[in-house]
Design a binder for this molecule. Sequence first.
Ligand code: 3EB
Length: 343
Amino acid sequence: MATLNSGYGKSSGLFEVRFVPASRLMGDHVNGLQPVAVIQYGEGEPSSLSVECPSISIPAPQLNTENLVEIWTSSTPVTMDEQDGIAYAANEQALFGLSRLEETQDQLLDTLTYNSYRNILRFVKEKGYSNLLRVWNYLSDINNEQDDLERYRRFCVGRFNAFSEFDAGFEQALPAATATGLHNPGLFIYFLAARGTSQPIENPRQLNPYHYPPQHSPRSPSFSRAIMKDWGAHRQLFISGTGSIVEHQSLHDGDVVAQLTEILRNIDALLEHAANVSGTDFRHKCTTSTFKVYLRHAADLRLIQEHLAYALGEGTSVLLLNADLCRKELLMEIEGTYTRKGG
Ligand code: 3EB
C-alpha cells in the first residue's frame, strides 16, 4: 500500500493534525489519508462534514479570518466505533477518542471529572492503548466558583483522584494537556492514546505541575509539560497549553504582549530541553508544527497578531480561539504539536 511515509520503509502509526477550511474536507479520504477525528470550533451550528469519522463541536469562538476545522489523519487503516460514551478511531498504534458530557445541577464538577477520567482510563487500558499521550479539556465557566471552590480546581481534584486511583506511580507518566474555559455548558474531553510508552518532558523554567504548591488547587493539576512519542520512523512532541508562568507563578498580570513574550520563552526552553533529553531537535527543518492559541479577550488579537506571526513563523498552521484560561490572570496560552519525519 502506498503511504506518505513509504520513503522510510515501514509506515508509522502516528496521527497527524492540520487545520483546514471546512469546505476543503471531502469524501472518505483527505489527500489519500484516513480521517481519524474532526474537531470543529465555534458557537454556531457545526457544519455538516463530508468526511466519515468521529467528530465533536467545541463552542469556543474562532478568531481566524477563515473558519477552520482541526482534522487528525492516519496513513494506515483505521477502525471506528463508539463505546462507554466515547467515540473513537484507531489504527494499529494509536487511538483518538472524543467525549462530551452534560452537567447536571446536582453534581459537582470534581465528581463528573472523576467519573469521566475513570471511564477514559479504563477504556484505553481495555482497548490496549493504555499510554495516554495528550488530553484536551474544555469546561464551562472555568473560573467561577461552585460550592466555594473554583471550577478549574474542582476539575483538578476529580482528575487527580482518577489518575491516582488508577496507578500509584501516575505522576511519572501523565499526558500533555490543555484545560480551557467555555461560556456554554458541557464538559468536552478528547484525547490521543497509544500502545507502548512515551517520554514526559519537563520545562526547566516551570515547576512540574504535580509539584505545584496547594495555593493553586487542593490537588495538583495532572499533566506533563510535554510528551515525546517515538513512532519508529517519526517522532512527535506534544506541548501542553503554555501560559505566562515561571516556576509556578503567573507573570505580567494585565499585559498580554508581555505574557506572549514569556510564553515564547517557555516554549523555547522546552524545545531546547527536549532536544537534550530525547535526542530529537524539533526545531529542525524536517519538522511540521501546528499551534493553538487561546485568547481570553478577543480584542487582544490585534495587540499580539504581528508578534505571533513573527514568533511562530510564516506558513505555520495556527488556530486562534477565544477561551478562558485556568487562572484568572492568564490572558493567553499556546499549545503545539510537532512532527519530525524520518526519526
Ligand atoms: C499552567 O501551566 C497553566 O490543568 O490540564 C495549562 C495546561 C494549564 C494544562 C491542565 C493547565 C492545564 O498551570 C494552566
